[in-house]
Design a binder for this molecule. Structure first.
Ligand SMILES: [Zn+2]
Ligand SMILES: [Zn+2]
Length: 246
C-alpha cells in the first residue's frame, strides 16, 4: 500500500514532525529525499519565494519597501510574510491538499513553512488561523489554515486561538474579482467570544491573494483588543500590476 495513503488513514497529521517518517524519494527529481521525507535539499531550497516583498502586505515588489496601496490605504494588519510564491509545484501541492483532501500534503506544506519562518516568532503571543465557514468545513472535512496553524503552534509552543474569529459566508472566493472579495470579506467574518489585551497575534493562512481576508480578520482582532497583528501565509500570489511590470 502507498505510504501516503497509510499515513492519511492512520491520522499521522496530528503527530509531531515529519522527521520520524521513512525517508523517500524527492517528488521533483527522484533523488533521495532529505529530512522533509519528500524533497531533496537542492529542490527544496529552489522553491520560489519573493526576492523583495511589501513589508506590510507581502505583495512581491521589484524593490524593498512598502507598496503604493499600503502607503495610500494601509491594511488593518501590521505586517505580512509569505514563505513561498504561489506557483507550481507548491500551488499544485496545495490544491492536492485542499480540493482532493490529501492531508499528507498539508503536513508536508506545514513542514515547508517551518523551514522558512516569519522572523517575528519570538515576539508572537498566539496564532489565529483564518476560519472556514461551517458549510465549507462540512463539505471539505477540514480547514487547511487551521491544520497548518495547529502544526506551527505545536512546533513553536504557541497558543492557538481557533475560535477568535467566526466565518459565515461559504462563497468560493476564487471565483470573485478583487473588489468583490473585499466587499464580501467585510461581511463574512465576525468576532468570536475571545477578547485580547494588547497581544501580538499572527494570522495563519495557506495563500494570500489580495490580502482582503487577512485585512478583515485583522480588523476584528484589533477590535477584540489585539495590539499587533501580523500575517504568515505559506504562499503569496503576485498582484496583477506586478505581473505586468516585472
Ligand atoms: Zn529533488
Ligand atoms: Zn503592500
Amino acid at each position: 500500500m502507498d505510504l501516503n495513503k497509510v499515513l492519511a488513514l492512520t491520522g499521522l497529521f496530528h503527530q509531531g514532525s515529519l522527521s520520524h517518517l521513512l525517508s523517500g524519494t524527492c517528488e521533483l527529481c527522484l533523488e533521495s529525499a532529505d529530512l522533509s521525507g519528500f524533497l531533496c535539499t537542492p529542490c527544496r531550497t529552489a522553491l520560489a519565494a519573493s526576492e523583495h516583498a511589501c513589508s506590510q502586505c507581502a505583495e512581491p515588489l521589484a524593490h524593498p519597501g512598502r507598496c503604493a496601496r499600503c502607503q495610500q490605504q494601509p491594511p488593518a494588519f501590521d505586517y505580512a510574510y509569505s514563505s513561498y510564491l504561489y506557483q507550481p509545484p507548491l500551488s499544485d501541492w496545495l490544491l492536492h491538499a485542499k480540493d482532493q483532501g490529501q492531508l499528507q500534503w498539508l503536513k508536508r506544506l506545514a513542514w515547508l513553512m517551518q523551514h522558512r519562518p516569519v522572523t517575528t516568532l519570538d515576539a508572537v503571543d498566539g496564532l489565529v488561523p483564518v476560519p472556514s465557514s461551517a458549510r465549507r468545513l462540512l463539505y471539505r472535512g477540514f480547514n487547511p489554515a487551521q491544520l497548518l496553524a495547529a502544526s506551527l503552534a505545536r512546533h513553536w509552543h504557541l497558543p492557538l486561538h481557533s475560535k477568535a474569529i467566526m466565518k459565515h459566508s461559504s462563497e468560493d472566493q476564487r471565483k470573485l474579482s478583487a473588489t468583490q472579495r473585499r466587499r464580501n470579506q467585510n461581511h463574512s467574518f465576525s468576532a468570536g467570544q475571545q477578547l485580547f489585551r494588547g497581544e501580538h497575534l499572527l494570522i495563519i493562512d495557506d495563500v494570500i491573494t489580495t490580502g482582503a481576508t487577512a485585512n478583515a480578520v485583522a480588523r476584528l482582532l484589533k477590535q477584540q483588543g489585539a495590539g499587533i497583528v501580523g500575517v504568515w501565509s505559506m504562499c503569496r500570489t503576485p498582484a496583477k500590476s506586478t505581473q505586468h511590470t516585472s
